[in-house]
Design a protein around this ligand. Structure first.
Ligand SMILES: NC(=O)C1=CN([C@@H]2O[C@H](COP(=O)(O)OP(=O)(O)OC[C@H]3O[C@@H](n4cnc5c(N)ncnc54)[C@H](OP(=O)(O)O)[C@@H]3O)[C@@H](O)[C@H]2O)[C@@H](O)CC1
Ligand SMILES: Nc1ncnc2c1ncn2[C@@H]1O[C@H](COP(=O)(O)OP(=O)(O)O)[C@@H](O)[C@H]1O
Length: 280
């Protein structure tokens, strides 16, 4: 089944805190940072995760990145991991974790992903966390499940599934990838395709080309992670995040940079919550 993505499909599932909510129960999101010269991507994702409503967001970084990150974070928290086992321990209490943006295309990233897969956290895999599995997509699929979301752009998709896009087109290629990986696949682009392993597909039309700017995908990964952390179903979380991300960019228009996106989310979310049928 193929649908056009829009708020009618998921607005009533958007998370909403209640009087009993505290920051931990609202949803804990982890974001794995790269090395000292490449921390910006994780910071973008973390801020987006907070803005979309996760109660607590922590960046996990290698030891030498800590002194770069510490002065650059406020509400977002920070923890240092020395090795994959450390990352596993820190991620255990998290509801969702984002890994990939500027993580590094190396074996350390593969081991870190394996560590995260041993926790109960839902995962968002983006950028380097996908590229690193070039030529070994079966290994990637082994650790993923329906709660997880992979967010390739066309270049990353091609690295994982060579020739599939040209052979099948974006919609069927994304559907097949979701089936093979066993997780939600968000094939990014001007018409982003959101595919589930059960064959359902949503097409997000009308995104603004102003989104073609470095770091906008990192923000999207954080938004999806933030919704997953709040226990939103992975297909709905991916659909909602893709639509809100595109809408924020459309409203901003020329001059958009990735940093602008997270802070544009609150009025959009408020509007969708107000419009959701059946909500108080
Ligand atoms: N602020 C930060 O810290 C940021 C850090 N970032 C981090 O930097 C790291 C490397 O990022 P990156 O952009 O160099 O890697 P990637 O996107 O794979 O491009 C490599 C080649 O792939 C292709 N290609 C790219 N996009 C394509 C598409 N849509 N459709 C088709 N092809 C596409 C394109 O090939 P070309 O078209 O030039 O032949 C391009 O030259 C990574 O860790 C990332 O997370 C970024 O998130 C930005 C903000
Ligand atoms: N021409 C375009 N029109 C609409 N959206 C676009 C366009 N180009 C890119 N995007 C969107 O911008 C984001 C770019 O993500 P990505 O390529 O991962 O960038 P980065 O790695 O720099 O964060 C995706 O959400 C994608 O759908």
């Amino acid at each position: 089944m193929t649908e056009t993505n829009g708020p009618a499909l998921w607005a009533s599932a958007l998370p909403r805190p209640t009087a009993e909510t505290h920051k931990h129960s609202r949803g804990r999101l982890g974001v794995v940072s790269g090395p000292p010269l490449r921390t910006g991507a994780a910071r973008l994702a973390a801020r987006a995760g907070l803005r979309i409503g996760a109660g607590l967001v922590k960046v996990f970084c290698p030891p030498d990145a800590a002194m770069v990150l510490a002065p650059a974070l406020e509400a977002v928290m920070l923890d240092v991991f020395n090795d994959p086992l450390d990352l596993e321990r820190l991620s255990e209490p998290m509801d969702a974790v984002v890994i990939g943006p500027a993580a590094g295309v190396d074996e350390a990233t593969v081991l870190n992903i394996a560590a995260l897969e041993r926790t109960g956290a839902a995962l968002v895999l983006d950028a380097d966390a996908l590229t690193v599995f070039q030529g070994r997509v079966d290994q990637l699929a082994l650790g993923l499940d329906r709660d997880d979301v992979a967010t390739p752009h066309a270049g990353e998709f091609e690295r994982l599934f060579p020739g599939l896009l040209a052979q099948k087109g974006r919609e069927d290629a994304a559907r097949q990838a979701a089936d093979v990986l066993g997780c939600i696949v968000v094939l990014k682009g001007d018409r982003t395709v959101i595919a589930a392993p059960d064959g359902r597909v949503r097409i997000n039309d009308g995104a603004a080309p102003w989104l073609a700017t470095a770091g906008s995908g990192d923000v999207l990964a954080g938004m999806i992670g933030g919704l997953l952390a709040q226990s939103m179903d992975s297909f709905e979380a991916a659909s909602a995040a893709v639509w809100l991300h595109a809408e924020a960019a459309r409203r901003f228009g020329p001059g958009l940079i990735a940093e602008d996106l997270p802070d544009r989310l609150p009025p959009l979310i408020a509007q969708r919550l107000d419009a959701a049928p059946g909500d108080a």
